[in-house]
Design a protein around this ligand. Sequence first.
Ligand code: 4HQ
Length: 256
Amino acid sequence: MRFDAVTLFPEMFGLVRDQGVTGRAHGQGIWAMKVWNPRDFTHDAHRTVDDRPYGGGPGMVMLAAPLEAAVDAAQADRVAQGMAQAPVVLLSPTGQRYGQREAENLAATRQGAIFICGRYEGVDQRFIDRRVTQEWSLGDFVLSGGEIAALAMIDAAVRLLPGVLNDDASAVQDSFNPALDGLLDSPHYTRPEIYGGESVPEPLLSGHHARIARWRREQSLRLTAQRRPDLIEQARAAGRLSKEDERFLAALQAQQ
Ligand code: 4HQ
């Protein structure tokens, strides 16, 4: 799997490329990353990448030409490596919301993507019309650039690739993973058994796998009902809640 990023701040991509589980997987050749600085695709002495918006208004707009040249270089490099061209994804708060489903789709395609990380007020619309195939958003907030959004999306996809996590089960246990039926993950505990006067919940010490599984399921249901009732509704509508789950939720309701 290969990712490309078109960015004025290529050093930012070292965070995911070189650190932690994604860094180790990169070192093992499970995935690759190439960065392309639009400044390297300018032709003027000042290496200009932005200019004032037509029609006025605050801030600057990224020039179409250096972005387009950077994307074309990334695509040509892929083709030279015997790969197909990749989708060109613009990070934008007006894009399609990225979630676990999108991370799974991205990890499953194996062709990766070319991420366009804008700065300033945005990028010239004609570049979007000519080269961008998808627009994705990390969430309903405004970042100062697309880099952190792209890094989050790459991280979420790479950790789903086979061989990236130490423990094959740990991706399965995450909140939002289908294995948890779209419920939030239950709390985790490790040594010592008593910390700050608080003991580890008894079921986790019992060694009874069925009891542990039931306790975790109930914690997931309790937390999800409390913080994300929308996810309970979704799981119910998809038929992912058992009779036992429904009995537990009804008992919770009665307690409130
Ligand atoms: N941006 N999800 C880049 C975002 C954003 C988001 C604002 C994109 C600034 C220049 N990107 N522009 N939310 O807030 O992806």
